[in-house]
Write a protein that binds this ligand. Sequence first.
Ligand SMILES: Nc1ncnc2c1ncn2[C@@H]1O[C@H](COP(=O)(O)OP(=O)(O)OP(=O)(O)O)[C@@H](O)[C@H]1O
Ligand SMILES: [Mg+2]
Length: 303
Amino acid sequence: MNDQAEKLRRLTRALPKKKFVHQALESSSQKCRIIAVTSGKGGVGKTNIALAISLILAKAKYRVLLLDADLGLANIDVLLGLLPKYNLTHVIKGECSLKDIIVQGPEGLQIIPGGSGIEELANIEPSVLQNLLQDIAALDKKVDYLVIDTAAGINNQVLAITLAAHEILLITTPEPTALTDAYGLIKVLKKHSAAGHINLVINMVKDIEDGQAAAQKLISVSKQFLNINLGLAGYVPFDKAVQEAIRQNQSYILAYPRSPASLRTWRIASLLGGLGQNSTGIQDFIKNIIFFFRGERPEGGDW
Ligand SMILES: Nc1ncnc2c1ncn2[C@@H]1O[C@H](COP(=O)(O)OP(=O)(O)OP(=O)(O)O)[C@@H](O)[C@H]1O
Ligand SMILES: [Mg+2]
């Protein structure tokens, strides 16, 4: 069956209301696609949007893994009222295996609490790395999308993740400070020659014009001064449903599926499958992260 048409049908079937005309989704290879959700400024909606997009893909029967890689505040579990016992740090210290830390979320969504694990990959023991890569190889076959919620700003963990991802969803609000910080992050990504295409999501917009004006500013300065063509994934309105859902320990996608924020997020998720081309899987993603931290391939690895 045509992979492209099948993807489109699945997302459209899962829509709460067939309201939007979806763009045709391009086909990707069989391997897991990796989407990093990031921002320059904090508090712009990364965690809520990363979770919402993951749930939409999961509702469409994709196998989705959501990695909470925000060092400071483990947000996704809080948002869903989950209490994970272990995180990636325990795996990296060799105290448990990857499958022990995966938490089951709604709609079959699987969540990995990251802790400070990503950064600690730099110092992982070769034998533990071997086991981890084996576990990941098995996981690679079972996951269609890995969505990563990162911390805000520019630190090594965020850089390592965004540079290794296939797609970067850069969240900002229309506020000048958020736009300036977003531009700062784009500059750094450009300096490091990020391979993933950068796609903007303008969150908490008053109306579409508000979102368009903000997007246009970022797109034109990035083109003019950095020679980067930013993509535009879409807008999410400021919507009390998002805040109301948080109070219920739930994602707005599930609590208020027909709210304006949900419908707009649905639209963004439906376009995501068509972004980027080369999926390399989670194993290569982890290898690239270690490579970023060490600047060399780790000893004892079989790669
Ligand atoms: N579309 C929206 N409409 C209304 N409020 C929103 C919307 N998106 C986010 N918020 C509000 O912004 C707050 C911050 O959102 P979120 O935690 O997702 O941001 P973040 O970028 O992950 O923050 P951090 O940088 O601290 O990780 C939420 O608690 C919610 O109150
Ligand atoms: Mg967050």
